[in-house]
Design a protein around this ligand. Structure first.
Ligand SMILES: [Zn+2]
Length: 71
């Protein structure tokens, strides 16, 4: 599910899969949290002075994924 949500957040997911992921996130506390955190993180990256490159985005996604792991 997190993979789908990441694709929603970065805009690469389209069609019914996107709506499936969004409607799931609206009902699921954990996924809703994950998606909103991911969007904030991506927005922060976009607002930065440096243009986001694929490498930075991949690192960021890995960090977000780490945050989501139960410790
Ligand atoms: Zn969920």
């Amino acid at each position: 599910m997190e993979d789908l949500l990441q694709q929603v957040a970065d805009g690469s997911l389209r069609g019914w899969r996107k709506w499936y992921a969004i409607s799931h996130a609206a009902r699921c506390y954990r996924c809703g949290n994950f998606l909103s955190r991911l969007k904030v993180t991506l927005n922060t990256l976009k607002l930065g002075s440096e243009p986001a490159n694929a490498d930075a985005l991949a690192r960021l996604k890995a960090q977000v994924r780490d945050l989501d792991q139960p410790k």
